[in-house]
Design a protein around this ligand. Structure first.
Ligand code: MN
Length: 258
């Protein structure tokens, strides 16, 4: 069993260290992670320019790039063989609902999935690294159960991409696992203007919006109740409900060059 581990908090972050330790007993672990914190990088790839890589130890690589760069490069250059699974995290903070679009943690997993490899992203719902051992233990339990389930599936089923959020609780207080769908957030909070001098301004972006759809069945609801949430993801953004409404006007647009 070959396990590729990455994250977006960076190679030195406690979360990836704990995850690598926890999964060591399940197979051959390779860590390929960004040199610094690249949270919020989504699936950005450094397609312009070059990417520096430093081998820190056997099967340990520090990449001067994004989380997606790390997994992409591992898949296409660093590893002799594709891994059996890509595991990302454990992230410092939740990745719920719309967060999955921006998250580098989710993106590292999604990049593996793009190569047809099973992938799981793990996040702790509060920053601060409390209960990290508990979270790492939970990650190991879930990865092992996933691999067992996968072994029983037909080879033709294709790859699976899972987004997992872990409550910030001692393992004994976690209620169990729940399969969920993504909730939705309100639009992000306003940006803050920190400084203005002449024609130059300095802004910081506002935080993510509060949960808007956090009802029954969502990741927001279940994790709040103390469950580990497991949300299967896909990468196809097509809104099938809008194909016919769009066709009603798009296909009657007269194409004329003015
Ligand atoms: Mn992060």
């Amino acid at each position: 069993m070959r396990i590729l581990i990455s994250n977006d908090d960076g190679y030195g972050a406690p979360g990836i260290e704990a995850l690598a330790c926890a999964l060591e007993s399940l197979g051959e672990v390779t860590v390929v992670a960004p040199g610094g914190n690249r949270s919020g990088a989504s699936n950005a790839l450094s397609i312009h320019g070059t990417i520096g890589v430093r081998q820190a130890a056997p099967r340990r690589f520090i990449v001067d790039g994004t989380p997606a760069d790390c997994v992409h490069l591992a898949m296409t250059g660093l590893l002799e063989k594709l891994p059996d699974i890509v595991v990302s995290g454990i992230n410092c903070g939740s990745n719920l609902g719309d967060d999955t679009l921006y998250s580098g943690t989710v993106a590292a997993a999604r990049e593996g999935y793009m190569f047809g490899v099973d992938a799981i992203a793990f996040s702790q719902i509060e920053p601060g690294w409390a209960e990290l051992e508990s979270a790492a233990g939970i990650a190991r339990v879930l990865v092992r159960a996933f691999l067992d389930w996968k072994k029983r599936q037909e080879q033709t089923q294709g790859a699976t991409l899972l987004n997992v959020n872990i409550p910030m609780l001692p393992a004994a207080e976690v209620k169990g696992f729940r399969t969920t769908r993504l909730g939705r957030r309100e639009a992000a909070r306003p940006a803050k203007c920190l400084d203005r001098t002449g024609d130059r301004s300095l802004y910081s972006l506002g935080p993510a919006g509060d949960p808007k759809d956090a009802g029954i069945g969502t990741d927001f609801a279940a994790v709040r109740q103390g469950y580990v949430t497991v949300t299967p993801l896909q990468v196809d953004f097509t809104d099938v409900t809008q194909i016919n409404p769009a066709a009603s006007w798009v296909e009657s647009v007269q194409f004329t060059v003015e």
